[in-house]
Ligand binder design. Structure first.
Ligand SMILES: Nc1ncnc2c1ncn2[C@@H]1O[C@H](COP(=O)(O)OP(=O)(O)OP(=O)(O)O)[C@@H](O)[C@H]1O
Ligand SMILES: [Mg+2]
Length: 265
């Protein structure tokens, strides 16, 4: 049975997609069967692997029961790496999910809306060693779905002046959902410090995060390197993790090793 890793932070631009893509590539290169599921209407992870992601069936059609989940798993140019793409219409699905959640809550019924993603992935879990979920910022209903589905939640946080605020909000929400769910819902959750530099401010900020969130911060931090990040956005076959001449590439490699150790994969 596969391990499900979800990247969440309700603050935008914190490195969820960069993390998802690089750990997916690193784990696939290690010989593991990896599925990257894009749960973001922006389709940033999808566009890296499928040029025509807006035209083909994906997560939207699968969740709407128009197609089977098996039929929206696409191979990529990378050996062992598969993708389920997203598109703008995912916004309607998120709104439907939120509406269903609040309707079931107000009627005092069992809230099955938080198990949609877990149930959707069930038929394909046996085919993969690792399933990675890349997410939209915000949208509490999808965060809840990830918490119910995942074995590990990674919360990437950028080193900037608002870093603590965003991560604090997401961590509080994760803890609240876990505490209110039954005992089967117990994913690990770990903060990943992203966009570090060698300045004093950056070092102080890292220290502050490690103190405030003691025990749940990953050892690995990811360096801020604009040029490799831009290349990854513009060139389909460039992945930061592959470029071991860069600090950010080496950091992502360490991250993959730390995740494998932490999750026994
Ligand atoms: N370590 C890094 N060094 C330099 N730039 C980075 C790094 N990580 C991410 N970036 C850049 O920062 C921007 C935001 O990163 P990314 O898209 O991964 O964030 P996100 O959390 O997925 O955003 P969103 O919330 O919009 O989905 C992107 O332009 C990306 O290329
Ligand atoms: Mg993203």
């Amino acid at each position: 049975m596969s391990i499900i890793i979800s990247c969440n932070n309700q603050k935008g631009g914190s490195g969820k997609t960069a993390t998802s893509i690089n750990i997916a590539k690193g784990l696939a290169d290690d010989g593991l069967m990896v599925l990257l599921v894009d749960l973001d209407l922006q389709g940033n992870a999808s566009s890296k692997f499928c040029e025509d992601y807006e035209e083909i069936n994906g997560i939207v059609e699968a969740i709407n029961n128009e197609v089977r989940i098996e039929d929206v798993v696409y191979p990529t140019d990378i050996q062992n790496l598969y993708v389920i793409p997203s598109k703008l219409e995912w916004l309607d699905c998120l709104e439907d999910m939120a509406r269903e959640y609040y309707t079931l809550e107000s009627e005092g019924k069992e809230n099955t809306s938080v198990m949609k993603i877990k149930r959707l992935l069930e038929p394909i879990r046996e085919h993969f060693d690792v399933i990675i979920l890349d997410n939209n910022p915000s949208y509490k209903t999808i965060l809840m779905n990830c918490i119910y589905a995942a074995d590990l939640i990674i919360v990437p946080v950028n080193i900037d002046r608002n870093a603590i605020k965003g991560v604090d909000y997401t961590i509080r929400n994760i803890v609240e959902v876990i505490n209110n769910a039954d005992e089967n819902v117990d994913p690990k959750f770990r903060i990943l410090i992203n966009k570090t530099s060698r300045t004093k401010v950056s070092r102080e900020c890292i220290e502050l995060i490690r103190q405030k969130f003691s025990g749940i911060v990953l050892d690995t931090t990811i360096a801020n390197q604009i040029s490799p990040a831009e290349k990854q956005t513009f060139f389909d076959d460039y992945f930061m993790i592959d470029d071991q001449t860069t600090k950010v590439g080496r950091d992502f490699k360490c991250l993959v090793e730390e995740i494998r150790k932490e999750m026994n994969i």
